[in-house]
Design a protein around this ligand. Structure first.
Ligand SMILES: C[S@@+](CC[C@H](N)C(=O)[O-])C[C@H]1O[C@@H](n2cnc3c(N)ncnc32)[C@H](O)[C@@H]1O
Length: 403
């Protein structure tokens, strides 16, 4: 048997709480016949422990009573279970946030088993509040460009400066920076019936400029080609000079978020695999004013080509591109935003295959040079996903006309 002070110590409840429970008949301790003091049995103690846990689970005292009387309200229990599960998710996110800050500011590498969690954490943050994620990354000391990469690829770059460097080194040495081909570019361009009216083109996210050169060969327009990665533009500029395109093709370093051109400046805006950096819908909205009336926008975006993607493939894309959609939805969004769909096709699988073959060869060369590291391992994983599940996703390619 236990005294009041023993119970308060053992259970961690105040004396006044204990007496209150008694007053409202939640417990009924016996009295010592010699001195009239309260004495608590082991059963009373168990009941008090249970009471405390039920309250922690969010039950009020009268709900606890029903439970203790063996008549629990099952609907209520279900509701509390859902709440607790939600709280656990939120607590986990808060813990990952603190962990992420800790790694960033101490410069300590996260243990291998935490890396996947951190990537997922970025992807979740991105899904829930894209702008807040972007701002937060900048507050953490990343440049705007780095922040954009992290938010979109959701890779764990938070503690690894080399990660980004190796990442760019691979793309700087590839033939192109995203899946595509000359044939696919021309397929869309040739669906423009009034090509003679195309005098001013803006290419957004041009990389090393393969597409701009293709367009320059296909028409006589002036092409402004922008990207925010200078080494891509340097390589592009060399091609421009070598091919004698200086008067018509102008690579420039500019952020696609800040396109400070007057309304209606371009007859055609071309964005091959680049709009996802600002988001498909945002791109359609923000770039519209730059296109002259009845002018064109080409845009391609990663989409599901199946309603039932394999679990592994889905898990991969959930992290790589949380906003991935499907062709129908992208077409509907374009229509809703005031564009007419002129051409709509899915980038052929062979374009993806040749992109990943190039990536595989380039990664292998970089591994020889620098040794294996996390960046190259992630890229090898990306290649493996494409090899195993490449039929499940693709690029929807839309040629749109501003209405
Ligand atoms: C997937 S690559 C596509 C490149 C090229 N269109 C192609 O198909 O080969 C995306 C390109 O967008 C560029 N980019 C990313 N964020 C950008 C930004 N905020 N402003 C301008 N360019 C950006 C990258 O440097 C990269 O060259």
């Amino acid at each position: 048997m236990f005294s009041v002070s023993e119970v308060t110590k053992k259970i961690g409840v105040a004396r006044s709480t204990l007496l209150y429970y008694e007053r409202i008949n939640l417990i009924d301790p016996e009295r010592d016949p010699d001195n009239g003091y309260r004495v608590y049995s082991q059963d009373d103690l168990n009941r008090l422990v249970l009471l405390k846990q039920l309250q922690k689970a969010g039950l009020t005292l009268s709900e606890c009573r029903r439970f203790l009387e063996g008549k629990p309200d099952i609907e209520l229990v279900e509701e509390r279970l859902t709440n607790i599960e939600q709280e656990l998710v939120e607590m986990k996110m808060a813990k990952d946030l603190l962990r992420s800050i800790y790694h960033r500011f101490t410069g300590k590498n996260p243990p291998e088993e935490e890396v996947a969690d951190l990537r997922k954490w970025h992807a979740d943050f991105e899904k829930r509040a894209a702008d807040a994620h972007y701002n937060w990354l900048q507050e953490m000391g990343f440049s705007a460009k780095e922040a954009l990469y992290i938010r979109w690829v959701s890779r764990d770059m938070t503690n690894n400066k080399d990660y980004m460097e190796h990442f760019f080194k691979v793309f700087e040495n590839m033939k192109r920076q995203g899946p595509g081909s000359k044939e696919s570019t021309l397929k869309s361009f040739n669906s423009i019936s009034d090509k003679d009216s195309i005098n001013n083109i803006l290419e957004v996210g041009c990389g090393t400029g393969v597409t701009s050169i293709t367009l320059a060969d296909a028409c006589s327009a002036t092409i402004t080609a922008l990207d925010n990665h200078q080494p891509f533009l340097d390589r592009f500029q060399k091609e421009v000079t070598k091919g004698g395109y200086e008067n018509r093709v102008k690579p420039i370093n500019m952020d696609m978020h800040d396109l400070d051109y007057p309304d209606g400046s371009f007859d055609l805006i071309w964005s091959e695999g680049s709009s996802y950096f600002i988001g498909f819908e945002t791109a359609l909205k923000q770039w519209k004013r730059l296109i002259r009336n009845n002018g064109y926008l080409f845009i391609s975006d990663a989409v599901w080509l199946t309603d039932n993607p394999t679990e592994e493939c889905k898990a991969y894309w959930d992290i790589e591109y949380p906003q991935i959609s499907n062709p129908e939805e992208r077409v509907n969004q374009a229509k809703e935003l005031g564009y007419e769909v002129i051409d709509n096709f899915n980038l052929p699988r062979r374009d993806w295959k040749s992109f990943y073959m190039d990536m595989e060869e380039t990664v292998a060369k970089q591994v020889k040079k620098h040794g294996m590291n996390k960046t190259f391992m992630d890229m090898e994983d990306e290649i493996r996903v494409d090899r195993n599940f490449g039929d499940e996703y693709g690029y929807v390619c839309l040629l749109l006309r501003k209405k």
